[in-house]
Design a protein around this ligand. Sequence first.
Ligand SMILES: [Zn+2]
Length: 259
Amino acid sequence: MNAVKQYFLATMFLSLFFVGLTNLLASSGTQSPSVHWDYEGELGPDHWDRLVLENWHCKIGDMQSPISITITEKAKLDEIIFHYHPTPLKIINNGHTIQVNYEKGSYITIGHKKYDLVQFHFHTPSEHVIHGKHYDMEAHLVHKGDHGHLAVVAVLIDKGKENAFIKTLWSNFPKDVGTEHIVSEIKICAKHLLPKNTAAYYTYPGSLTTPPCTENVTWFILKTPIEETKAALDKFTSLFKHDARPIQPVHGRVVKESN
Ligand SMILES: [Zn+2]
């Protein structure tokens, strides 16, 4: 084997190893708790790519999320069919947000594709900006499909009337960080987080909005917001003042909008 061939094979091996590692980390949907990151300062979004090798997408990816949605292409889009079932409340403060982990058995279908609901969590303010508007919060319902591809349904949240579902979650905020609390006497169903109209949405190909920023996400942003009270918003922001990644370049991606 000549030197050029050896070099070529070594490069190819390293690339495959790197892609495999990235996919493995992405498919786990989590990151090692030892890797710290934040939304500001030295560990903030401008530095995520330097914190650990697999975060390279955060810097040089060209399909990053969130984005500002202004120009869209109207299209006849498949309806998202929600098959959400009640589950015991499993809630965790992971240091970046409040996350609710979901038991197996709930899923969505979009056209012929099926994605299992894994967890949902919250950002403030909204990560996506819709025609120049930041909403007060944005919930992300994270679903996993074939080959670890993710479908994230985003629900925008405005200040307004009381939301009983959010109130239940907020009254079970874990006081500690990093431990999942199972509140078995409380059953929740993620369908109560959805607006009445789920037929109207934007969709585009993007990434996780947290490290490692993997570009394996199809986003579905529901156009109809839900509401929560100012007191509920204040309760969340007392724990997480700001947990939204800045807007990323669109790089020629097309955002489709249901008509
Ligand atoms: Zn999120």
